[in-house]
Ligand binder design. Structure first.
Ligand code: G3I
Length: 334
């Protein structure tokens, strides 16, 4: 087979990709096999998809992904055991629709984590145990959610303890977005430091890396990697993509307009951002042990229509024909 991204990086770290059932056959599967040696389920291993009703587990899609990866010798990164999104309502209420007690919710969380991790023990080597627990509002450290309301802030450490019981060999990660923004770095650091000080079984931090051509800067990225690794944690880049639109502006403009074309300037800026990122990742190879892209190529990306309906994005190293873009050639040229 032709040389792929994973081959250029064989001496550094595995190169992963978020997949879903439509990735698993035909040309897409061949493409994934050429370029990636690690997979993550884009949705199939989340709480809601896996356990939509108490005790009813939908294993089919997750099993398919595990079988796909295992038969090709790819690693599997699990995502995500405890999150405030994509979790079914039954978790939090009793038969009358009233909120359950802390004890019951802890028991449900424990059962979920144990059931899922034991099924994939020895196959999924690392898990995002808690996802996006830090609040966007700087007045709180943790995001107010049903987890904090019913269990309290220690839901985070409980999730890690349950995960460690379920599979003592799995590497356990805290995963979050905007993890290179100066204000967020300190808030994530505060949470991680608390966990480490309490001897909670946590082994790494996932930086999602939903970036844009405008951010982060190299200094911001290096600072974040230094800060997190100073706690003795492994670093994974878990959801990398480089949007060609600015995130901040997107929050204000809610519709597609004539600027939504993939210009030459955008392609160049994107290639620069990717080249910088991978240069930094290579520098941190001792502590940075995985880089996963969130979707494989520009044919399909979660950023299409998000947050602006009707707008296409082009965040990958590969175009809609799965061909390497300018950014790809910069990333493999070192
Ligand atoms: O499966 C249902 C389908 O039955 C239904 O008809 C359809 C109607 O909208 O929805 C489908 O579910 C969608 C699901 O993706 C599967 O395609 C959900 O609406 C949609 O919200 C969901 O989006 C996912 C999103 O997480 C949910 O928050 C994206 O695919 C996924 O890429 C995204 O991934 C997250 C990471 O887990 C955490 N970090 C951020 C990242 C990007 O948002």
């Amino acid at each position: 087979p032709d040389k792929g991204l994973k081959d250029y990086y064989a001496a550094y770290f595995p190169i992963g990709v978020a997949v879903n059932p439509r990735s698993l056959d035909g040309e897409e599967a061949a493409f994934i096999q050429q370029h990636f040696n690690s997979v993550t389920a884009e949705n199939a291993m989340k709480m809601g998809p896996l356990q939509p009703k108490e005790g009813v587990f939908n294993w089919e899609l997750a099993d398919d992904i595990v079988a796909f990866a295992a038969s090709r010798g790819m690693r599997i990164r699990g995502h995500a055991l405890c999150w405030h999104q994509q979790v079914a309502d039954w978790f939090f209420v009793d038969d009358e629709g009233q909120p359950v007690s802390r004890e019951i919710l802890l028991e449900r969380l424990r059962t979920h984590i144990h059931t899922v991790m034991k099924r994939y023990k020895g196959k999924v080597y690392a898990w995002d145990v808690v996802n996006e627990a830090i609040d966007d509002n700087p007045e709180n450290l943790l995001r107010p959610s049903k987890w904090t309301a019913i269990i309290g802030e220690d839901f985070v450490e409980k999730a890690f303890e349950f995960a460690h019981e379920a599979d003592p060999d799995a590497k356990l990660f805290y995963n979050d977005y905007n993890s290179e923004r100066p204000e967020k770095v300190e808030r994530i650091y505060t949470l991680l430091k608390r966990l480490k000080d309490k001897n909670v079984p946590i082994h790494g931090v996932g930086l999602q890396a939903h970036w844009s051509v405008f951010e982060p800067s190299e200094d911001q990225l290096r600072y974040a990697l230094d800060r997190f690794s100073s706690l003795g944690l492994e670093l994974h880049i878990t959801e990398l993509d480089v949007s060609v639109y600015p995130w901040e502006k997107e929050r204000r403009s809610k519709r597609a307009d004539e600027s939504d074309v993939y210009t030459e300037a955008m392609q160049k800026a994107q290639a620069e951002k990717y080249a910088m990122a991978f240069r930094v990742f290579r520098d941190y190879r001792d502590v940075l042990t995985s880089v996963t892209f969130w979707n494989a190529n520009d044919r399909y990306t979660w950023l299409d229509n998000y947050p602006v309906a009707g707008r296409k994005n082009h965040p990958s190293l590969f175009d809609t024909q799965r061909k390497p873009k300018r950014a790809y050639w910069r990333v493999v040229d070192f």
